[in-house]
Every structure is written in C-alpha cells, then in structure tokens.
Design a protein around this ligand. Structure first.
Ligand SMILES: Cc1cc2nc3c(=O)[nH]c(=O)nc-3n(C[C@H](O)[C@H](O)[C@H](O)COP(=O)(O)OP(=O)(O)OC[C@H]3O[C@@H](n4cnc5c(N)ncnc54)[C@H](O)[C@@H]3O)c2cc1C
Length: 446
C-alpha cells in the first residue's frame, strides 16, 4: 500500500478550495464557475431580485436553476466556491429514499403527506438524471443501481423486512443472498444485500459546477466568495448584507446545511455537522475493477457505522466512512478505511491511495430533512442525513415552488419548525462515542 505524500502535503489553507487540492473530483470536474462579483458601488446601490439564495451547494444551485428557468429573478451567494461544501466532495452516490423506510414515514407524517414524501424521496434520483440530461451536465453520471449491504444479524433482518416492504410497493428492489452479494461485490463480507436499480453515481464536483453553469445560463446571478453576513427584514422583503454589497429580495432561501453559521439565530444548532471522509485509489487494473464491482453499482453498508464505496469512471476505488472531526487532507489520516479495504478484498494489497479528504454533512434530530420557515418569506432547508445528492436536487425544485407561491401544505416535503439539539456544543464528544460504539459493534458483527 502506498500513500501519495505529495497530495497529503498539498494542503489548502483555511478559506481556500479545500477539495480543489484534496478531492479526486477536481481532476475531471472541469473548470470552476467564475460567477460574478457583487459590487454595491458598481451597481449604484443594492441588487434587487425576487429571490436571494444563500449557499452554493446542490440545494441552493438546484433552487436557483429551477427559479431562473421559471423566469424568476434570483441571486445566489456562497461564502466559498460553488460545490465547495458537502456537494462537491461527497461520495457521488445518487441514492433513493430517506433514512427511514416508507411505512415509518407514513406513520410519522400521516398517510397522505407521508405517501407524497415517499414518492418524492424515492423518485429523487430520477430528478438528478433528468436534470443532468436536460442541462447537458458532463459529470460521469451513470445509473447502475445502489446496493445496501449487511453482515450483522440485526441489520440483515432489518434489510430483509425493508426489501419486502419496498417490493410490496412495486419498487424495483432485488434481494441479493450471500452468493449473489459476493458475486456483486467480490467479497465474502456480506450476508445479504438489496439492489435498488434507481440509484447510481456521478462526479459531485462536476455536477455542482454543472448546476451552477446551468443556473447562470438560465439567468441566475451567482456570486461566489460572498459570505452572507446578516439578514434584515424590511416591510417589503429582506436585505441580505455581504462585505461587498447588499441584495434586496422578497424571499430568501437558506441552503447552508452542514456549514450553517450564525446567519439565522439558532439554525446552526438544528443540524449536527458530522464529518465523513473518503480515500481514492489510483486507477485499478480493469480485471481488479471487474472483480470487485462487476455491475459498477454503488454500495453502502447498512450497519452501525456506514461505509460506502464505488468505482469512478477511471476505475479509481472511492472508499468512504466516518472521519475524525476536523478537516483532513490526503489518504494518511484514514487508516481505518485503508485497513477495511484490505479486509474486503485481500487481493488489492498493492492498491495505491492518491487522495483523501473529508467534509461536513447535516444530521437532524429525527433524521428527516427539515424545511423550516422561521419568518415570513424566509425558508431554510437542511439535514439530508447523508442522502443529499438526490434529495437536495429534488428539494431545490420544491424550494423554487415555495418561492413562487405554492402554499406550504401543497409541497411534497413538510414545512415545520426546526428543533435544536439541546447540547449542540457537545456534539463532537457524542459523535466520537457513537463512532467508537459503532466500530465495536461492527467488530463483533452485531
Ligand atoms: C464526505 C461526504 C460524503 C457524502 N456522500 C454522499 C453520497 O454519496 N450520497 C449522498 O446522497 N450524499 C452524500 N453526502 C451528503 C451530501 O453531500 C449533502 O447532503 C449535500 O451535498 C448537501 O448539499 P447542500 O447544498 O444542502 O449543502 P452544502 O453542499 O454543504 O453547501 C452549503 C454551502 O453553504 C455555504 N454557506 C454557509 N454559510 C454561508 C453564508 N453565511 N454565506 C454564504 N454561503 C454560506 C457554504 O460555503 C457551502 O458551500 C456526503 C457528504 C459528505 C461530507
């Protein structure tokens, strides 16, 4: 096993494009989208638009794209670049559904809204692949299916019940027994798995930049490196202040998720910004790639600690899982992921790891995403609990519907108050305990 010391040493400083230096996606994502500079002096005053969006990840960019396409004037600001947050550095897995299973969703939100939420979340990958095709985004998108795999008795039982439920609902999900999952993954690690044909993968940085290009092409005004410093309510809408100028808008959408700051009081405490990390190998030989994932499915484990992996278009193996709770660079700080790769596929002993990085994703108290409307004309959408590639894309469309006057009860995801974690400041300690506990359970196979 070889580490690329050059990459490990190539750190981006605070405030720089961390993933430009560290993630493998920048190799093939194409150029950054320059956007515009918000300059109050040049504008001769404030920029006036119908809708202002804070956050240039998939949530904000999808909302801006949908709004611009509908002829609504929209301006988006991001403190960094487009896709700088979780959106440009995630595992690139386009997975259907929410963290909870359909029956649980319908129980929690009632049969009518629950059924709409199920339909919405399980068709979210359709929206990604449709958008990629409609906007002509080159991001290595492929719809090869998502595998949910399990090895512990409890998880296998859960997965079996969940798969039966999805099949009863007519969803395209196949049960893979021990032999079938070994065939699909090249490892004997798993007892069983479920294959959902609706999932797939893409290069998330290329996707985010493609969304930005598509939004700008449709007429959205995009301002990177423009932090929103404050929001003030006026009689006719909102004033959003940045270091270089102000934006006046009738409505505001906050899509800041795991990078939420103090812009709106308390919102930061509604999500726990859990870190997840990924290492990427140098391209594997074709015969090794065909041995580990012959169907080129994406896989995530349904276990105490989620490990997820896939091959990219160049046969690089991307292994993801929990990470230490601070920005990390290069493959060296992820020994658990490297060891786990050896455990899954001992024949990959000579794999060379070239890249490693991590990022923050938003977890909510009940593991459902939250659309909150804490003041008139203001909405925040956070907490996809690890399902943001598909869900944030779909949610952007819902936020655009909200901003163009669709009544809240008619949206396919509920608008509800955000709840804050009571001991939010202590989350790193809680997360560390949770990870250690999950690792112990996984080691014991329970
Ligand atoms: C390592 C990792 C792996 C993951 N793997 C997967 C996966 O395989 N599949 C999947 O579905 N999901 C995955 N996720 C989750 C997914 O990436 C997120 O749910 C999704 O990208 C969230 O998008 P977003 O636009 O809501 O937030 P983000 O992409 O995090 O964007 C938030 C943006 O807000 C900006 N911002 C914050 N405050 C301000 C401010 N005051 N002013 C201006 N800008 C501001 C930030 O700069 C940032 O760009 C993963 C996440 C991580 C970190």
């Amino acid at each position: 096993m070889t580490l690329n010391a050059g990459n490990a040493g190539n750190r981006a400083g605070a405030g720089a494009h961390v993933h430009d230096a560290d993630s493998v996606y920048a190799l093939t994502a194409g150029p950054d989208v320059p956007g515009e500079r918000l300059d109050g002096d040049l504008l001769g005053g404030d920029l006036r638009v119908d809708v202002a969006v804070v956050g240039g990840g998939i949530t904000g960019l999808s909302a801006a794209y949908h709004l611009a396409k509908a002829g609504v004037s929209v301006a988006l600001v991001d403190a960094r670049g487009f896709g700088w947050g979780a959106s440009g550095r995630n595992g690139g897995q386009v997975n259907p559904g929410l963290k909870h299973e359909p029956a649980a969703i319908e129980k929690a939100f009632g049969p009518e809204l629950g059924a709409r939420m199920v339909a919405f979340a399980f068709t979210a990958p359709d929206k990604v692949f449709q958008l990629v095709s409609e906007a002509g985004i080159a991001c290595e998108a492929q719809r090869t299916g998502t595998v949910r795999a399990a090895f512990s008795a409890g998880s296998v039982g859960f997965l079996e019940r969940a798969t039966a439920e999805l099949q009863r609902r007519g969803m395209p999900v196949e049960w893979l027994d021990r032999a079938a999952v070994a065939q699909a993954t090249g490892t004997a690690r798993y007892t069983a798995a479920a294959l959902d044909r609706r999932g797939g993968s893409l290069n998330p940085l290329a996707y985010s930049r493609g969304l930005a290009r598509a939004a700008a092409g449709a007429g959205a005004r995009l301002f990177p490196h423009t932090p929103a410093l404050s929001l003030a309510r006026m009689a006719d809408g909102w004033i959003l202040a940045t270091p270089t100028g102000q934006i006046r808008a009738a409505r505001v959408i906050l899509g800041t998720n795991g990078y939420t700051d103090d812009l709106w009081p308390g919102l930061k405490r509604a999500v726990v910004p859990v870190f997840s990390g990924i290492i990427a190998s140098e391209p594997l030989a074709e015969r090794d790639a065909a041995r580990i994932l012959p169907g080129r499915h994406v896989l995530y484990e349904h276990e105490s600690i989620t490990v997820y992996y896939r091959l990219d278009a160049d046969n690089r193996l991307l292994m993801g899982g929990r990470s230490r709770l601070r920005p990390l660079h290069g493959p060296a700080p992820f020994p658990d992921l490297r060891r786990y790769t050896q455990r899954l596929w001992p024949f990959l002993a000579d794999v060379r790891w070239s890249h490693g990085w991590n990022g923050q994703l938003g977890i909510t108290t009940d593991h459902y995403p939250v659309i909150a409307a804490p003041a008139p004309g203001l909405v925040a959408c956070i907490g996809y609990n690890g399902r943001g590639v598909a869900m944030a894309t779909a949610m952007g469309g819902e936020l655009a519907r909200w901003a163009t006057g669709t009544p809240e009860p008619a949206l396919d995801m509920p608008v509800r108050p955000f709840t804050t974690y009571p001991f939010h400041g202590l989350w790193p300690i809680g997360a560390a305990i949770r990870i250690a506990y999950g690792r112990a359970r996984n080691a014991l196979g329970i």
